[in-house]
Design a protein. Structure first.
Length: 285
């Protein structure tokens, strides 16, 4: 019996010891309320960022072509700073002292392009606004048509010694014409505006017929015209005196002065034969 009580007492003592230990552990553990309070206090409070201030950007034209000038105005709160307008569709943007400015439409492709306004509000908040510009295709400039080279002569016919005016219209650093009718090459002068002029002389030994007159610019032939000639000079042409032949002058013969000239009496070279009575008789001759 003593032994049985001893075992029971031991069991009870062990149970009490375990119970006190569990209570101690439970007392040390955090309660749900304290845990929740600690978690809330450790969460950081989010900071608020500055909000964008209401602003507006207005353009003087909704559509424009590259090279056009446009103006713009800005609706922003008083005291706003660091205002700037930018876009790839704008060049030479100039801000005025007031709330506006001017710009030139850039050489961009046709289409709708955005324009941005940025700045800082009076309270330091961010300021922004946008607008749209419809860029139309620029009217292409007409490409100047290069002047076609041309040759013209003042006449298409000539005799030996005749003068012929030559006109060539061509771009280049030199120009001339060449023809056997003129005895070879004829150089031309430039007026600085693409017109070359000169004078050709029909060769003395030219033969009757047709000749080609070829025009050259920078050494390259670009045109040919036909020129006809007649080897015999014109009937009313004055004979050209050979400069190597000099007239013989007798130093003893002196020309009469005008006051020494005498007028013949009676008709001269009338063509009438003298009267028969005035003729001497054959026997009296």
């Amino acid at each position: 019996m003593r032994k049985a009580l001893s075992l029971a007492a031991i069991a009870l003592a062990s149970s009490m010891a375990l119970g006190s230990t569990a209570t101690a552990f439970a007392a040390d553990a955090p309660t749900p309320e304290s845990n929740s309070s600690s978690s809330a206090s450790s969460t950081p409070t989010p900071t608020s960022s500055p909000q964008a201030v209401s602003a507006a950007l207005k353009l003087s034209a909704a559509t424009a072509k590259p090279g056009d000038s446009i103006s713009f105005s800005m609706e922003v709160p008083d005291g706003s700073t660091n205002l700037s307008v930018s876009s790839r569709a704008l060049d030479d943007v100039k801000m005025t002292d007031g709330r506006g400015g001017t710009a030139k439409v850039a050489q961009v492709e046709a289409g709708t392009h955005g324009i941005s306004l940025t700045g800082t509000g009076p309270d330091g908040s961010r300021l922004q606004a946008t607008a749209q510009l419809d860029v139309k295709a620029a009217t292409p400039r007409p490409t100047p048509t290069p002047q076609a080279p041309a040759l013209s002569l003042s006449t298409d016919f000539g005799r030996p010694g005749d003068k012929v005016a030559v006109t060539v219209k061509a771009t280049g650093k030199s120009a001339f014409v060449r023809s056997d009718a003129f005895g070879g090459q004829v150089d031309l002068r430039n007026d600085g505006k693409g017109t070359w002029t000169g004078t050709a002389t029909v060769a003395k030994d030219v033969k009757s017929g047709y000749y080609g007159v070829k025009a050259y610019a920078d050494g390259k032939q670009f045109d040919t015209v036909r020129f006809s000639t007649e080897a015999t000079p014109a009937k009313d042409a004055k004979p050209q005196q050979d400069p190597s032949v000099k007239p013989h002058v007798d130093p003893s013969v002196k020309p009469l002065k005008p006051s020494e000239h005498k007028k013949p009496l009676g008709p001269v070279n009338t063509g009438r034969a003298p009267a028969l009575a005035a003729l001497p008789e054959a026997g009296n001759a």
